[in-house]
Design a binder for this molecule. Structure first.
Ligand code: CS2
Ligand code: MG
Length: 395
């Protein structure tokens, strides 16, 4: 079997996405997700301009070899653009392998250890009052066992605040004292609203300094967070070490990691209880299974990143990894029932706090290219924060 064509598909139903479709001379093809919110066109250019030519004519089942060829063969290691491109291609190659073997992806990873996947959803809204009411509704009406709150008062409008067709990033204000007080107040009110038997994750979204994060986490300790996510930015491991050494609540970390090697301190020093790598950021399925085993070795659970700016293809890959891994922790369910469902078919289905998927070969998703073309790509940017003095702050 040989690869005959590699397509990149940019589309913008409810949000921008980038897909990879790899076609073989047998007629079988595989699909992958290479979406990188705010930089999709650059990833597509890398695939179209450099990587596609390296794939055509290759045996699609030589997956690991291609991964090493791109990661080590490029000399310039990794980075978000390279790893997103590699991840999308890697997913498509595993999808082809599953179709050749006529087995679902989880069967290629060692088979199921569970049939359903515990998940959590984002509680979003434009005011705290709205979000607190929605949190209660999610628990009572949708049966969620765990919910996720996010820093940023109020939450950005639109999908992560990015409006398509912008000339540049939307600017949101950042006032640390207001945010610290608001974060604690919001969490306490949600805890009172949903009771003690519901897990509450708070994504601090890399926005606080170590001392601010330590203060917040100590204030929240008595309210038992399920985990505090991204208390600090990933750039300085010492910041995470400082937070870990001075707090006693679970930490989820890692969605911004771009390689297995970046994960090492958080895993080998147990600076995190939940490792939250993103399959697209980290190098796809080939890399994800290695990272899960690394984390298992240090008793760290996996909580793969699953926002709504990755597609049902990535959510499906998360699901296959989750059912087959021993050290599965919990899955973020940022899936959207929006227009993306007109473009990508298949993927996990939510029911009463868990995610399920029906059996099928490979990843279990497909793409309607005509439907994708009906939603032309429109450049969008992730918002930025500026402080009162006008300086930039992590969004
Ligand atoms: C967030 C993400 O879900 C999360 O954990 O950190 O939604 C993040 O804001 C987006 O992926 C940014 O595009
Ligand atoms: Mg996050």
């Amino acid at each position: 079997m040989k690869i005959t064509e590699v397509k990149t598909i940019l589309t913008s139903p409810n949000q921008n996405y980038l897909f990879v479709k790899i076609v073989t001379d047998s007629g079988l093809y595989g699909v992958g997700d290479a979406s990188l919110n705010g930089r999709e066109q650059t990833v597509a250019a890398l695939i179209d301009g450099y990587l596609a030519h390296m794939l055509v004519g290759r045996d699609p089942l030589q997956i690991e070899d291609f991964w090493q060829l791109v990661y080590r063969g490029s000399y310039w290691r990794g980075g978000n653009i390279m790893m997103s491109a590699l991840s999308g291609i890697d997913m498509a190659l595993w999808d082809i392998l599953g179709k050749v073997a006529d087995k679902p992806l989880y069967a290629l990873l060692g088979g199921k250890q569970r049939d359903k996947v515990l998940c959590y959803a984002h509680v979003l809204g434009s005011t705290n009052e709205e979000k607190i009411a929605r949190a209660a509704d999610y628990v009572k009406e949708r049966g969620l066992k765990v919910i996720r709150l996010r820093a940023g008062l109020p939450a950005a409008h639109g999908t992560f605040g990015n409006q398509r067709g912008q000339a540049g990033p939307k600017v949101e204000p950042w006032n640390p004292e207001e945010e610290i007080a608001g974060t604690i107040d919001y969490f306490v009110k949600v805890r009172k609203e949903v009771g003690d038997n519901v897990g509450i994750i708070y994504d601090l979204h890399e926005r606080f300094s170590p001392e601010q994060a330590i203060y917040i986490m100590r204030c929240l300790e008595e309210y038992r967070p399920y985990f505090i996510e991204d208390p600090v930015a990933p750039d300085s491991v010492d910041s995470l070490r400082s937070v870990r050494s001075k707090t006693a609540v679970s930490i989820g970390f890692g969605e911004l990691y771009k390689s297995r090697w970046e994960c090492l301190p958080a895993v080998t020093e147990r600076l995190a209880d939940y490792l939250r790598c993103d399959i697209i950021r980290i190098g796809g399925i080939t890399e994800a299974r290695k990272i899960a085993v690394l984390a298992e070795t240090y008793d760290v659970k996996m909580a793969w990143h699953g926002p709504n700016d990755v597609s049902p293809i990535t959510h499906a890959v998360n699901w296959h990894l989750n059912v087959s891994q021993y050290n599965f922790g919990i899955q973020e369910d940022g899936t959207t029932d929006g227009l993306i469902k007109n473009v990508i078919f298949g993927g996990p289905v939510y029911d009463n706090g868990y995610l399920f998927m029906k059996d099928g070969p490979g990843i279990g998703c497909d793409i309607d290219e005509e439907a994708a073309a009906a939603y032309p790509f429109r450049k969008a940017y992730i918002p930025v924060c500026r402080q009162e003095d006008g300086s930039i702050h992590t969004w």
